[in-house]
Design a protein around this ligand. Structure first.
Ligand SMILES: [Zn+2]
Length: 117
């Protein structure tokens, strides 16, 4: 949605809010009807309602929040956020098998599969 929280939404973060001309770059949860309807009766496993999750290198899954993100930046001694790199990865059958294999003998699963480390 609009980064100034005007009530405009877009599917492209480079779209511009017609009210304030800022990018529509603030992520907000999309509530699918089935998720909303089943929320109370079907909350099992990791995914509980509309929460963003973070998967760590050792495949530990945690809910993601601003505070947990800052804690992680501190933990890994990241001084400059601009030096971080975003990578989008595709997981097909081959990657799935590599992930499964790496998870059995490594604690740096994502690094070893996607960064070749
Ligand atoms: Zn706006």
């Amino acid at each position: 949605m609009c980064s100034s929280y005007h009530l405009n939404v877009a599917d492209d973060p480079k779209a511009v809010c017609p009210e304030c001309r800022r990018y529509m770059s603030t992520a907000i949860p999309y509530i699918a009807r089935t998720v909303a309807d089943n929320k109370s009766s079907d909350e099992r496993g990791y995914v509980k309602g509309v929460v963003t999750y973070m998967v760590m290198d050792d495949l530990i899954v945690r809910p993601m929040s601003t505070i947990s993100s800052i804690t992680l930046l501190n933990k890994f001694n990241v001084k400059e956020v601009g030096l971080l790199e975003e990578r989008v990865v595709n997981v097909d059958m081959a990657e799935g098998l590599k992930l499964l294999s790496a998870s059995l003998h490594s604690i740096t699963v994502l690094s070893s599969v996607f960064l070749g480390k």
